[in-house]
Write a protein of this length. Structure first.
Length: 335
């Protein structure tokens, strides 16, 4: 039994204290994110009560209709990060261009953030889990507001990444490159408490997560892999169980806890799939690797891909190492 509750703030401060030169900027930045997440969580929980469901009648850069909660979450994270002063630019799924903080105070910020403020938002009306995905880089440019150059860095340069899952309970899971830790929000006091220390993919895994409705359009290697998942072999726990929510954060989180692979392949029509490299694939890849797993676009390690544009998409496969490697084998066989 755990006698002492460790809060997210205590945990971050303790970790940062291990770096003698740290000035507390990352601590403050993560706290800003946690604070915004709590406010977004409050709105999500009230979604059925207040007139916040439905659309605001405009489209985001991907041509998707924005939901009110998408807009709210985006505004909330931007406001918190701008006000906090540690961040000099943000790339968000909801904004076409980099949001550069020009004001005197925020110009001092050493970090830039790529964020999907409300991922899986098509699930909101159905009361299904949704999430926020964030990633933090040190700026490259030296002064002024942050720029596109600061955001287009490979995942290997990540300082921290995490997600918040707004589910049956709300959790914040993050890594700074020294393992993955999960914190559950105690709604009665509004504090994230360490509930899942040192998260790792389990040794045994038997879940595969993919939108099988797109099967006909998948590359042959993926089709063959899916058939492999469905074959019977007790030594490898097959047939695997199929689980797909349609919210990346929720699908990944379940697979991390229970053991499973997530697939979002490219198709002939959309060779790069659907998921966005910068603020969906890379942060999840960092967490996956830190939890003993792997993340790939089928042939390349996601963390090594140098992004070329803010909203670039990528095929995405992530899960326990051996599962992703097995999938890659099938992909390579088909050339
Ligand atoms: P969104 O950022 O517009 O919400 O889209 C991303 C979501 C992911 O959470 C999820 O993995 C995927 O879209 C599901 O797509 P599909 O409905 O094609 O299976
Ligand atoms: Mg998204």
């Amino acid at each position: 039994m755990r006698y002492k509750i460790k809060t997210l703030t205590e945990f971050i401060i303790e970790r940062q204290a291990q770096y003698p030169h740290a000035k507390g900027a990352l601590t403050r930045l993560l706290n800003d994110i946690a604070t915004a997440a709590k406010i977004v969580n409050r709105e999500i929980n009230a979604a059925g009560l207040v007139d916040i469901l439905g659309t605001v009648g405009r489209e985001n850069i991907q041509g998707e209709t924005q939901k009110k909660l998408d807009v709210f979450a985006n505004d909330m994270f931007i406001t918190a990060l701008k006000g906090g002063g540690e961040c000099c630019a943000i790339a968000s799924e909801e904004n076409e261009k980099v949001i550069s903080f020009q004001n005197e105070f925020s110009e001092l910020g050493k970090y830039v953030i790529a964020i999907d403020p409300l991922d899986g938002s098509s699930n909101i009306e159905a009361n299904v889990s949704i999430g926020t995905i964030f990633s933090i880089y040190r700026r490259i440019t030296e002064a002024g507001g942050g720029t596109l150059e600061d955001l287009l860095q490979p995942g290997l340069n990540l300082v921290a990444a995490g997600y918040i899952i707004y589910g049956s309970s709300t959790m914040l899971v993050y890594t700074t490159g020294k393992g993955v830790n999960g914190f559950t929000l105690d709604p009665s006091v509004g504090i994230f408490c360490l509930s899942h220390p040192e998260m790792r993919f389990p040794e045994t895994a038997s879940i595969y997560s993919v939108n099988e409705g797109n099967y006909i359009h998948f590359p042959q290697g993926v089709k063959n892999y899916i058939k492999y998942c469905q074959e019977e072999e007790s030594a490898t726990l097959r047939p695997f169980t199929s689980r797909y929510i349609g919210s990346l954060v929720a699908d990944f989180h379940r697979n991390l806890i229970k053991g499973g692979i997530f697939l979002y392949p490219g198709t002939a029509k959309n060779p790069n799939g659907k998921l966005r490299l910068l603020y969906e694939c890379k942060p999840i890849a960092y967490i996956a690797e830190q939890a003993g797993g792997k993340a790939s676009d089928g042939s390349r390690r996601i963390m090594e891909i140098m992004p070329e544009s803010l909203h670039q998409r990528s095929p995405f496969y992530t899960g326990p190492k051996w599962m992703v490697e097995k999938l890659e084998e099938f992909l390579h066989r088909e050339g």
